[in-house]
Design a binder for this molecule. Structure first.
Ligand SMILES: Cc1ncc(COP(=O)(O)O)c(C=O)c1O
Length: 559
């Protein structure tokens, strides 16, 4: 009898264990299904793979014909390259001389320089096509380097520049006047902060505000608060989305340690909503609305432009619907929805992405342009989420400080920025904003098509990205042709063009003319030659073969 009971007990325990394992397995499978199938969706695998990719580069000969272009085409490319190199040498002489003096001592410069183009081409491109890292002034929509070359600015200063550089100069100057008497006193506030808090509460529709020194820190704090209040461990970010360089939001390549408490899920996917409904360990979902331009893809950079597979398309309605569905599931599951508007806040609409898409978040991070030209990160949130201590557990706190938080100069420049937003000229900037920029993109695309050029632009309002319509290994060369036409891009090259909203139609026409001229010159120099057998797939396969060969023969560094 006792034996019988023990056996039943054992069976019952076994059945429970099996059922638990099956539930766990199901939940695990659901999580796997909610990952994007690209490497970007598999952070651990991507990091492992990155650590074994061998470095190698093309020598002078292969540089011009790594796609087996005929001799005549390779010769044309070489002549075009030499012509560009000579232009660069003369035009950017002083800027380059000064850059060379400091390059050895600035690690950031070495990094961005090395990663402008695919690594196989990097050394030669860097040596001959370097425009230098210095500028001396900005005015209107242009910047001027140390040689006096004025270029149209398409860098947008990483997104900071929404209203034009002269506007930010004004914010900084007037702001400095306001707080001059206080200077750099930290800890106590300058009264100027009161207006900022009031305006940020109105704009975000949220109860409270905290000030930080960068967007990265604002995101860190928003996630920390979500974890603290939900008592759950994991954050969800979407595949490809950038949220600054803090480890937990950058679980893949670039971060030397794994982010164990981050789920990177498929953007705009049903499977993701299923995971959010099922799992009990998710504290928050982070959304960078810029991903609406290229869901599940990394921020486009020319260093990964190895073929012409890059693609982007923005559909405001469809992405907005997705955000609404996400909002509903987060509310249902008490998951904190965080909009990371560090990049897009104030660019799409005066009320940011929340207003633009008609979706309310629980926490919103802002940064970049909000500082009126100075460094900033801000979290706005619902009262109960912003609280950093528990009334009945005084030792259980959610700590966040930062020496320079609420720096008087930053607060004063922010005051100027926010005050401008209330004025009619600021409001006017947003009137028909999408129509204006969509129309500009459409017209430029039409011109490019009519000229038979294999280049296409996609845009999310004033943020643009370049795609290529013919399979090619040399698309990244376009950034150098654009530069000599007087178009300044950031180090990610044609992956991201950021226009400030003070671009007039005439300014834009000048940019469009130069863009077409650059693409025509590149076409004439043969870089877009391709034979019938070339596809993006054959290009990728070939690179894979090269990688394997260099992995197996590590001594062979040159292609
Ligand atoms: C969406 C988003 N979040 C956070 C950050 C990080 O901001 P910061 O560079 O000020 O740390 C960025 C920067 O590009 C961003 O685009």
């Amino acid at each position: 009898m006792e034996l019988g009971q023990a056996a039943i007990g054992l069976y019952a325990a076994g059945a429970t264990a099996l059922a638990t394992s099956l539930v766990k397995l199901k939940t695990r499978l659901e999580l796997s299904k909610a990952k994007h199938r690209s490497l970007t969706g598999h952070a651990r695998m991507a990091r492992r793979l990155a650590s074994i990719i061998p470095g190698y580069e093309y020598g002078e000969a292969q540089f011009f014909c790594c796609d087996d272009a005929p001799d005549e085409v390779a010769a044309r490319r070489r002549a075009g390259f030499d012509r560009l190199a000579e232009l660069y040498r003369v035009r950017f002489a002083e800027t380059m001389r000064r850059t060379a003096e400091v390059a050895d001592g600035i690690s950031d410069l070495q990094f961005t320089d090395a990663y402008r183009v695919p690594f196989q081409f990097s050394r030669i491109a860097r040596r001959h096509l370097n425009a230098g890292a210095f500028v001396q002034s900005s005015s209107g929509v242009t910047i001027t380097d140390l040689d006096g070359n004025r270029s149209y600015d398409l860098t947008g200063s990483y997104g900071v520049n929404v209203f034009g550089y002269d506007f930010y100069k004004g914010c900084m100057e007037r702001g400095q006047e306001r707080v001059r008497d206080l200077g750099p006193v930290l800890g106590p506030y300058h009264p100027v902060i009161a207006y900022n808090v009031k305006r940020l509460r109105e704009i975000s529709g949220l109860d409270q505000v905290s000030f930080h020194m960068s967007g990265t820190e604002a995101v860190m704090q928003a996630v920390r608060l979500a974890r603290y209040h939900t008592r759950r461990s994991h954050l969800v970010r979407f595949c490809g989305a950038y949220h600054g360089w803090w480890g937990d939001v950058q679980p893949g390549i670039g971060n030397p340690v794994p982010a164990h408490e981050t789920y990177t899920l498929n953007d705009t996917a049903e499977e993701t909503l299923r995971v959010l409904r099922r799992r009990r360990d998710i504290a928050c979902v982070l959304v960078n609305p810029l991903q609406g331009l290229h869901p599940n893809a990394n921020a486009a950079s020319d260093s990964s432009l190895v073929d012409s597979a890059r693609h982007a398309h923005f559909d405001r309605g469809a992405y907005g619907d997705w955000l609404k569905r996400l909002r509903a599931v987060c509310s249902e599951q008490n998951i904190v929805l965080i909009f990371d508007e560090v990049f897009l806040g104030f660019r799409l609409a005066p009320g940011g992405a929340q207003e633009y898409f008609g979706v309310r978040a629980d926490l919103v991070t802002y940064g970049k342009t909000l500082g009126g030209g100075l460094p900033i990160g801000v979290v706005c949130g619902r009262k109960e989420l912003m609280k950093r201590f528990r009334d009945h557990r005084p030792a259980d706190i959610c700590f966040a400080r930062g020496t320079f938080n609420s720096h008087p100069y930053v607060m004063a420049a922010m005051h100027e920025f926010l005050a401008f937003l209330e004025t009619p000229p600021a409001r006017a900037r947003y009137v028909d904003l999408d129509e204006v920029w969509n129309g500009r993109a459409e017209r430029l695309n039409r011109r490019l098509r009519e000229e038979g050029l294999p280049v296409e632009l996609a845009n999310m309002s004033s943020v643009w990205t370049v795609s290529y319509t013919r399979p090619s290994r040399y698309n990244w060369m376009l950034q150098y042709y654009l530069r000599v036409e007087g178009l300044a891009l950031s180090w990610v090259g044609t992956g991201r063009l950021i226009f400030s909203l003070n671009y007039t139609q005439a300014d834009f026409e000048a940019v469009a003319d130069r863009f077409v001229a650059a693409a025509k010159a590149m076409e004439a120099d043969g870089w877009w030659w391709h034979d019938a057998a070339t596809t993006n797939k054959t290009i990728k396969r070939r690179i894979l073969r090269e990688l394997l060969a260099h992995r197996l023969l590590p001594g062979n560094r040159r292609g």
